[in-house]
Design a protein around this ligand. Structure first.
Ligand code: UDP
Length: 238
């Protein structure tokens, strides 16, 4: 237990898009830099579970729009998250962190299956647990998988890393007058129909009182600032 930290156990959700500079593919330097940000908080003694998306390679809904069966397309998406997770694991271990990948779809030669109690034990032993293959079910997203795992693993907060530094009342990339929220209730976030997190994920967090902070992981030091309790990003809570 580290006394001066606000959060001792976190669930960090990374979009697949975060791994490639143009939101597509995987850029080794970007992955190394993200691993470096995670190492900063890991070395403080924070227990870290991660869920990584697959949108930099494949999105089930987009693929289904081209005529592929939706469930099949979603399984492909879940496999994309496994690829991202293995690449992130490699980068993190090269920086000295001990990690385990656990998959929601069993693939023993590649990674452990997701076993909640084992994941908790890894966290207690200081291993970063990367939870791959989403929830293992089609028609869900990795945001929902992240909400589910955050609740299951008793994380104190779900940290959702995005390209922008919080939630705005309009797209800040297109509207320079868009206003950033420091805090937002679950209900308001749900009513706003936010793109940053889907309603299934938000509802799960709301029902289980799991706070969410949306922040920009590419902003150096942002993750550590949050862990130390500094105001950063947008907090979504009751
Ligand atoms: N996916 C799924 N079930 C899950 C998680 C993910 O079917 O529990 C599929 C879905 O097709 C999704 C894709 O995996 O589009 C990649 O995940 P996501 O879009 O959430 O990735 P991100 O946007 O976070 O990169």
């Amino acid at each position: 237990m580290v006394a001066d930290l606000k959060y001792q156990r976190i669930l960090l959700k990374l979009s697949g898009e975060a791994l490639g500079p143009q939101g597509f593919g995987i850029d080794a330097e970007t992955v190394r830099s993200i691993a470096g940000e995670i190492k900063r908080v890991h070395s403080l003694g924070v227990e870290i579970a991660m869920v990584i998306g697959g949108g930099n390679m494949w999105r089930g809904a987009d693929a289904a729009a081209t005529g592929i069966d939706r469930a099949t397309a979603d399984y492909v998406g879940m496999l994309a998250t496994v690829m991202n997770s293995l690449v992130m694991q490699d980068a993190m271990e090269k920086q000295g962190m001990v990690t385990r990948v656990q998959t929601a779809i069993e693939m023993p030669p590649v990674a452990e299956p997701f076993i909640r109690r084992r994941a908790v034990r890894h966290l207690e032993l200081g291993r970063v647990v990367i939870l791959a293959a989403g929830s293992g079910n089609p028609f869900f997203t990795t945001d929902t998988a992240a909400a589910l795992r955050a609740v299951e693993l008793n994380a104190q907060i779900l940290l959702k890393a995005t390209k922008v530094d919080g939630i705005y009342d309009d797209d800040p990339m297109r509207n320079s007058n868009a206003r950033k929220f420091d805090e937002l209730s679950y209900m308001r976030a749900l009513n706003m129909g936010l793109k940053v997190m889907d309603s299934t994920a938000l509802s799960l967090c709301k029902d289980n009182h799991m706070p969410i902070i949306v922040f920009d992981l590419h902003q150096p030091g942002a993750l550590e600032a949050i862990i130390r309790g500094e105001k950063c990003g947008t907090l979504v809570s009751s």
